[in-house]
Design a protein around this ligand. Structure first.
Ligand code: ADP
Length: 520
């Protein structure tokens, strides 16, 4: 099983810290009973107990957060900041280290909107539904980019490099300017925000000198209390097509056809090629098809695909912006896709003023893709495995074949997608779990370790991972004896010598963590 280091705060230290925390936020904003611990643990994890926090504290001002980090340092408490804590498949609201205190920022919900420039300055508690309602009440002149689970926080998602479906779907690159509390309680604003009262904080990312925004992304170097985000102006037209392809081998040519269109900018949105189960798992459950354990047989796969008229792979392409430009670009997409002989091609066409369909394509909040966690029924869940690949059909086909064999070897149902970026592909595997099947659950850890090792052998690393695998994935980034990890550890030691903020996040700070645990 994945290892977890229990945090070594003594009960006396924790009791003293709780009294001080209560003086800062009020006892009603402390959550430390068994039910609270369970609520903030990771229900999707292989073993929920590995990441069970001591409790949670929910401040609603920057001053309270500053006081909390100082108390935590004094009593050697580890804090785990979350925005809304809906990071399902990667750990939800749970910390790497059991016994950490969750710093729940979901009560902080202020939104500042610069309508002319299309930017917002958000507090961490602002969810996708909140921001959507806010913009809708103002005429939806700007669209959101939402992930498949829109329960989460706009900032939290961007801070874990979550993605959405529109041209603004690479959320972390739309961040512009942050306000951050460091481990010693210092408040910093990045970029142009370092100028007192600058009107350009949300307009120019870099400021003067080093630009730090990405330093606070997927890291534990600070607690983000505000972040700027660029929004997409409402397009005049949204056109596109949904395509299905029949055979596993169609993947390579499809990638080689889409990649140049994406790099050239004909496609400004990043498409995702998903396999049939990615679509089927939200429409049906496994027990409607078979009671056989192990990976699904080809006959069952064929029956499911037939019923829902699905290809082995499906992809949706979308064009946003001026109608005249979209029409021209659509013709190009149609020509290129027809060369590949898809099973089906379904066009879609929306114009400003038409009713808006609630989908990821229109940046409206959605939750239905989460239904896939119910594929096995009972206590379902999923865990991610997501290596970054080059945009090459042959590389993707090799990755697919290698990984699919591993799924069969470990008796898992293959659910995966190949998600484009501008220059890369991410092979997102959402491994569907059946927590009521102990035999399957015992296979999950060796399965994931095999996948990580297979990817590493090709020089591929993951872009994001579950709490259980943060150290493992960090260790695959091993150039020059892990020089990057050591740099991260040195920054961590300089900024947060007591390991107050999210020890273990992204494998950073293992030196500090071992010292805390009393290990040499
Ligand atoms: P979401 O609700 O959108 O899924 P989360 O709140 O779960 O987002 O955040 C995802 C991860 O990002 C967290 O587990 C944490 O590691 C990090 N994170 C979230 N909010 C903050 C923050 N305000 N400051 C620093 N790190 C954060």
């Amino acid at each position: 099983m994945p290892s977890s280091t229990r945090h070594t705060t003594s009960p006396e230290q924790m009791a003293a810290a709780r009294r001080s925390f209560a003086a800062v936020v009020g006892a009603q904003n402390l959550f430390f009973d068994a039910q609270d611990q369970e609520a903030y643990a990771d229900a999707f994890a292989v073993d929920d107990n590995l990441h069970r926090p001591a409790g949670a504290i929910a401040p609603d001002t920057v001053e309270q957060i500053q006081a909390i980090v100082r108390i935590a340092a004094e009593h050697r408490i580890a804090l785990w900041p979350i925005s809304r804590g809906k990071n399902l498949g990667y750990g939800g609201s749970a910390p790497v280290l059991a016994g950490s205190v969750i710093l729940d920022l979901s009560r902080m919900k202020k939104i500042e909107y610069d309508e002319e420039n299309g930017t917002v300055l958000l507090e961490p508690g602002v969810g996708f539904y909140d921001l959507y309602d806010f913009l809708k009440a103002r005429g939806l002149k700007h669209w959101l980019s939402t992930p498949g689970n829109s329960w989460g926080s706009v900032i939290g998602n961007a801070l874990d490099r979550g993605v959405g479906y529109t041209p603004y779907g690479e959320h972390t690159t739309k961040l512009c300017g942050m306000e951050v509390v460091l481990a010693d309680g210092t408040l910093v604003r990045t970029g142009m925000g370092a100028l007192t009262n600058s009107p350009t904080w949300q307009l120019y990312r870099f400021g003067f000198g080093p630009a730090w925004d990405q330093m606070f992304v997927q890291s534990n170097f600070g607690i983000v209390t505000k972040a700027g985000l660029w929004l997409m102006p409402e397009p005049e037209s949204l056109m596109g097509m949904d395509l299905e392809f029949d055979k596993p081998d169609d993947l390579g040519p499809l990638i080689d056809a889409i990649a140049p269109l994406r790099r050239e900018g004909v496609l400004q949105q990043s498409p995702t090629i998903g396999n049939w189960l990615r679509a089927a798992a939200i429409l049906t459950t496994r027990n409607e098809w078979t009671d056989q354990k192990g990976a699904l047989s080809d006959a069952v796969i064929a029956a499911i695909r037939k019923k829902f008229q699905m290809g082995w792979w499906g992809v949706s392409l979308r064009l946003y912006g001026r109608e005249t430009i979209n029409r021209e670009a659509y013709a190009i997409l149609e020509r290129e896709m027809n060369k590949l002989k898809p099973l089906s091609m379904k066009p879609t066409n929306w114009k400003r003023g038409d009713p808006l369909e609630m989908t990821g394509w229109t940046g409206t909040p959605i939750t239905f893709p989460m239904q896939n966690a119910n594929w096995h029924g009972g206590r379902g869940g999923h865990i991610g495995f997501s290596p970054v690949l080059p945009q090459s059909g042959s590389a993707a086909m090799a990755q697919f074949r290698r990984t699919y064999e591993r799924y069969k070897e470990y008796g898992m149902d293959y659910q995966a997608s190949f998600a484009f970026g501008e220059r890369h592909l991410i092979n997102v595997n959402a491994i569907l779990l059946d927590k009521d099947d102990p035999a399957m659950m015992a296979r999950v850890d060796p399965f994931i370790r095999a996948l990580v090792a297979d990817a590493k052998a090709q020089g591929y690393g993951e872009y994001r991972t579950h709490l259980d695998y943060m150290d493992l994935v960090a260790s695959t980034y091993d150039f020059n004896d892990g020089a990057l990890g050591k740099l991260n550890d040195r920054v961590k030691a300089a900024l947060d010598p007591h390991g107050v903020i999210a020890p273990g996040k992204s494998g950073i700070g293992s030196v500090t963590r071992q010292a805390q645990a009393g290990e040499p």
